[in-house]
Design a protein around this ligand. Structure first.
Ligand code: NAP
Length: 489
């Protein structure tokens, strides 16, 4: 099923666990298959770690910690910068690898290489800027010194939807801060992480600083690592229920945690919006990554006066979207990650229809091979529908209407999530009011994508804790020490 170029690329990726600078099989010898969601074909067979492999990876991270923390920030930065350069050189390979194992269209995969690599460049620049404060205490009897220190060995758990960027967004700040790590990618998309670990080694990273465990037993491999008192930090990107379970596991050890969890983004279109821009923004906010993004617009909240035209225009564009394997030219909609995702999207559509929604286009799974769902537009969605509360995580654009600005705010904030919101209005004062009133950690004002390595990415409410990227990102991996020195000097 794979072409010769794809075959060669897949053959170049390590299929083993990376522990202490060595590629090794799982202690049990177990393996698992990584599948192409567009065809169901096996792409590669890789090591399936057992709990003892996870602990061996932590052993390596612990052993490497002191030397890495003592490595000059400039040296750490140069390794990250070399990794950035190598990713640029291998853009096409990384993009193809992501399209193969995750399914997104190749052009979007190239975009993810740009985005993911930027975390390496950004945190290479941040590493030498870890600073502190010095000054007299208010009583004038001593000097206060505030310094920053790496938190120590970290466990990083990443999801399948952005296989490169979710890894670099954690690994780069951790390394920049002087922390060593164990990384556990999602079982559906481990190949990108393995290939990226190869890049880090080539960039000069010492053994044990980054360790990778791939497994189909994420719970039994993770639990002993999280319970180990040598671990000092857990950073997780994934669903809110798993995040909650991990927070409970992290509590006894009082671990530092960063949680990038689920979203349920409102996309609000006011009657004064530039509809051309709103339609373009809607298409990218909804259909990027085949709707499988935490930042995906989940609920379209559109003013009654423009809802008909907005729906007609997006429907026309969605009908024209080409569906297929992400490697094929012009494909906008690749497969969903697995059959469970197709079943979920379909159940949400059926439920919305049972509660009065109208299918403007799509609304059906597509027969295999592969796990495809038609790009779909629903109008007249009732707020009792399950998709109003749950992340759709699929190519389904669901529209409901509002009449007043207060209504729009109430509807937009009607969720326990708070990751991102999108607002389209040409009224500057209204835009400012929405910045104040919407309860999300991020907001796109007349734009449909907000992600940027230079920005603090993260959510409010049940969308998570902490920030990734920006000047904030490195502080997730640093701890503060305050020292008081008595006068006189
Ligand atoms: P998920 O099921 O929560 O899995 C995420 C990661 O956690 C995977 O590596 C998974 O490994 C692992 N995992 C699952 N159960 C675990 C357990 N009991 N112990 C330890 N690890 C466990 O989420 P997903 O379906 O992969 O990703 C989609 C979710 O991620 C959505 O909710 C989305 O909104 C969220 N997300 C959030 C952000 C953000 O920045 N806020 C970014 C991207 C995605 P296995 O799959 O191998 O079991």
């Amino acid at each position: 099923m794979t072409t010769a170029a794809e075959h060669a690329l897949l053959a170049s990726v390590e299929k083993a666990l990376l522990i202490d600078g060595t590629w090794r099989p799982a202690t049990t010898g177990a393996t698992f298959d990584v599948l192409d969601p567009a065809t169901g074909a096996t792409l590669a067979t890789i090591a399936d770690a057992a709990p003892e492999d996870g602990i061996a990876a932590l052993d390596a991270a612990v052993a490497a910690q002191d030397a890495w923390a003592a490595t000059p920030a400039r040296t750490r930065a140069e390794i990250l910068r070399r990794a950035f350069d190598l990713l640029q050189e291998r853009r096409a390979d990384f993009a193809l690898l992501m399209t193969l194992e995750m399914g997104k269209p190749y052009a979007e995969s190239l975009g993810e290489v740009t985005y993911g690599a930027e975390f390496l460049r950004w945190f290479a620049e941040e590493a030498p800027r870890i600073t502190g404060r010095y000054g007299p205490n208010p009583e004038g009897t001593g000097r206060m010194i505030v310094t920053q220190h790496p938190v120590g060995p970290c466990y990083l758990i990443t999801p399948w939807n952005f296989p490169l960027a979710m890894a670099t967004r954690k690994i780069a700040p951790a390394l920049a801060a002087g922390c060593t790590v164990v990384v556990k990618p999602a079982h559906q998309t481990p190949l990108t992480t393995l290939a990226f670990a190869q890049v880090l080694i080539e960039a000069g990273l010492p053994a044990g600083v980054v360790n990778v465990v791939t497994t189909t037993s994420s719970s039994s491999v993770s639990a002993p690592i999280i319970a180990d008192p040598r671990l000092r930090k857990l950073s997780f990107t994934g669903s809110t229920p798993v995040g909650v379970a991990l927070l409970k596991q992290a509590a006894p050890g009082v671990l530092r945690t960063s949680m990038e969890l689920g979203g349920n983004a409102p996309f609000v279109v006011f009657d004064d919006a530039d509809l051309d821009r709103a339609v373009e923004g809607a298409l990218v906010a909804k259909f990027r990554n085949i709707g499988q993004a935490c930042t995906a617009a989940n609920r379209f909240v559109v003013h009654t006066d423009v809802a008909g035209e907005f729906a007609a225009r997006v429907t026309e564009r969605v009908r024209a979207m080409r569906i297929g394997r992400g490697t094929d030219d012009g494909v906008a909609i690749g497969p969903l990650i697995d059959q469970a995702a197709v079943t979920k999207a379909d159940a949400l559509v059926r439920d919305a229809v049972a509660r009065g929604a109208h299918i403007a286009t799509g609304g059906e799974p597509i027969d295999g091979p592969g796990t495809f769902y038609q790009p779909t537009v629903l109008t007249g969605v009732d707020r009792t529908a399950d998709l109003w509360r749950e992340e759709i995580f699929g190519p389904v654009l669901a529209i409901t209407t509002f009449d007043t600005e207060d209504d729009a705010v109430r509807l937009a904030n009607d969720t326990e999530y708070g990751l991102v919101s999108y607002v389209y209005t040409q009224d500057l004062a209204r835009g400012q009011r929405m910045v104040e009133r919407l309860a999300t950690g991020m907001m796109g004002l007349n734009v449909g994508v907000v992600s940027n390595a230079a920005a603090p990415f993260g959510g409010w409410k049940q969308s998570g804790l902490g920030r990734e990227g920006g000047v904030e990102g490195i502080h997730e991996y640093l701890q503060t020490k305050y020292t008081l020195t008595a006068d006189p000097f």
